[in-house]
Design a protein around this ligand. Sequence first.
Ligand SMILES: Nc1nc2c(c(=O)[nH]1)N[C@H]1C(S)=C(S)[C@@H](COP(=O)(O)OP(=O)(O)OC[C@H]3O[C@@H](n4cnc5c(=O)[nH]c(N)nc54)[C@H](O)[C@@H]3O)O[C@H]1N2
Ligand SMILES: Nc1nc2c(c(=O)[nH]1)N[C@H]1C(S)=C(S)[C@@H](COP(=O)(O)OP(=O)(O)OC[C@H]3O[C@@H](n4cnc5c(=O)[nH]c(N)nc54)[C@H](O)[C@@H]3O)O[C@H]1N2
Ligand code: SF4
Ligand SMILES: [Mo]
Length: 691
Amino acid sequence: MSITETPADMNIVHGVCHHDCPDTCGWVVETNHEGVAVRLRGDNDHPYSAGELCPKVNRYLDRVYHPDRILTPLRRTGPKGSGEFEPVSWEVALQEVGERLSDLVKTYSGESILPFSDAGNQSLLSLQGISSRFFNYIGASRLLRNICGPTVGAGLSMTNGNGNSLDPMEIEHSRLIVLWGTNTRLTNRHLWPTIERARSAGARLVVIDPVRTITADAADGADDYFLQPLPGTDIALMLAVMHIIIRDDLVDREWVDEHTLGFDELAAHVATHTPEWAASITGLSIDDIERFAHDYATIGPAVIRTLVGAEHHENGAMFFRTIACLPALIGAWKHRGGGIARSVGIWHGSVVDEAALERRDLLAGRSPRTLNMSRLGEILTDTDPPVRALIVWNVNPLVSVPNAELIKQGMVRDDLLIIVHEQFMTDSAKYADYVFPATTQIESVDVTPAWGHLYLGWNEPAIEPLGESVSNPEFFRRLSAAMGLTEPSLFDDDLTLLRDSLPGVDLDELREQHHMRVPYPEDGRPFGAGEFTTSSGRVEFVSDRLEQMGHSRLPEFVAPQEGPGGPLADRFPLQLMTSKRHLRFLNSGYSHMDTHGGAEDGPFVEIDEHDAKQRSLNEGDRVRVFNDRGSLDLPVRISSRVRPGVVVVPWGWWEQHHRDGGVANSLTNDTLTDWGGGVAFYDTLVEVSRL
Ligand SMILES: Nc1nc2c(c(=O)[nH]1)N[C@H]1C(S)=C(S)[C@@H](COP(=O)(O)OP(=O)(O)OC[C@H]3O[C@@H](n4cnc5c(=O)[nH]c(N)nc54)[C@H](O)[C@@H]3O)O[C@H]1N2
Ligand SMILES: Nc1nc2c(c(=O)[nH]1)N[C@H]1C(S)=C(S)[C@@H](COP(=O)(O)OP(=O)(O)OC[C@H]3O[C@@H](n4cnc5c(=O)[nH]c(N)nc54)[C@H](O)[C@@H]3O)O[C@H]1N2
Ligand code: SF4
Ligand SMILES: [Mo]
């Protein structure tokens, strides 16, 4: 069978979940003879997800066939943000949009147009492909998509030379598992069985998080524990851990001599970073810091598992630069199951030919400006020359990007053309001039790489596109035609794109077998032979590169500007965490569906009982959570999950779920991370007062 044919009687179709989630589960869709999908379940043969999906996607068909799906192009009829639209034909919508975009390119240059997308569908064709080619060809402003993940790599790279990670499945061999700034049972649930297998074999578990999460609750064995530092202070803990390891002679000297640079300088540096000092910054006890340092250095193989959450601080990159020093001091990388496990996207990179997929050569020598997605508010209100058209797909910025009220101020601009390609009328789509209908994952072919495991998956479409919806690559082919562009590579079909961008992969085989393992070291040790790619070829405790970039050459704790010691703390004394919280949500998706949002509890603000008492607040009271960026009207929950000084507002709810039309990100900080281009969502100060 060739990959262009689908057998007529096929009613079992294998696909892969496209969500921005580390698990990239395999699924099986059953369709009836009318071509309707009647069942979607986990693929038992998937080597990682092994037949299980999750509370979000178990009911994916409710999403696919939801009565609120957008199924035709829409043109705005009311004021921006009102959500008033009329259906219009593809032909008319494309003609109008094509003309306006062509005019902008002619009058102001391609840079007046900004693509705006993230990983709402992280499959190859849906994420990059034709869209990148289209924007390269017209010379549009470039978008730095660093809201999730790149800062982790940028931090680790300063120490290790790259962001390489242990395959998380290797945790099976670990005997001390440190879940540091990751909520595994919520965000990465299919890794949990691996962790449980290691625990059955005697592994101990430590969870480090400023919030007592459901993962923290699982550190319930006799020798397990949960550490709850103040947000953004972990670097102080790491420095004290290094202090103790060196003080108590627990360093793996042989490994350090062979594979690291700057040990003596590091030792002198951390000599003053005592447990007492770290306790005063982190709010942890000296005993807890001592115990953790000793466990980390003496129980092996020791793995640190981390994902994305901890990067969302002003010192987010330094967090990862510093954490990377820990396994080096104790020689953890030499053991199977030792080291750091984070995203393994880097291993998938080895099979994808990005240059072929994105065709950067279409820029033809131009180098348009780059704008950071996390600063969308500023981009739309205070950037010269202005952005005059925003093309949005795979993201819901008004819910997901910090400083949302400023973004709204930009989005209502009359001279800004907004085009959105979406499945639903999101908060952001409401501000569009034109909304185009997007397919779901079971309606189009794609190949989906994973960042939580090593399996690349083939996604076979199970049903025809609903209504007039089109896939992301088809949307950009149509936009290209509407602008009268004739560059042939803008019109490559899906299979040509896949063939060209996966040169070493036999697509027929991938389609038949549904998934394929990408190359990874046989013995499970990415740095087993010391494959560090810094300029010294070693783990760099001291980094000239960092110094050249204007940072400390040694790991260092820098307190956030918007933190308890900063200038805003008098007026806004509480630190606001807005991390992922609900089992049935995947980022900004699903809260609008009754089966998902309707079954969760929220939104609300969680506050410690002492902070509540100080403000005379009782359970269920309505309060205002506010700072200079915005304000939310929420019910109070008095909770032992947060510590004094910290409050939580769950993220993912839309404007319609809040009484006053804001969202969690109306309050959040859009300061960029120290380096790496990430953003400091969680260095946000607020005050809470009774309404
Ligand atoms: N306060 C706070 N803010 C956060 C975070 C946080 O923890 N707290 N997390 C941050 C992180 S890590 C991330 S990754 C971002 C994620 O934020 P978003 O990118 O906004 O999240 P998603 O819900 O994954 O995807 C957005 C949209 O993509 C659409 N979509 C899905 N598939 C397709 C498709 O095939 N085609 C098209 N055209 N659209 C599609 C969905 O309908 C959805 O509306 O949010 C960030 N924002
Ligand atoms: N159910 C569900 N699963 C998801 C998602 C979802 O929305 N819902 N989103 C997906 C996406 S896009 C991503 S990127 C991943 C993210 O996966 P994770 O990184 O595991 O999730 P986050 O909630 O971003 O952050 C994890 C934890 O980091 C903690 N944290 C924040 N700041 C600090 C700090 O300074 N120190 C320490 N030690 N911890 C800190 C937060 O309190 C949070 O509990 O999850 C994915 N999986
Ligand atoms: S959202 Fe994540 S856990 Fe759920 S099915 Fe998709 S990949 Fe699996
Ligand atoms: Mo993310």
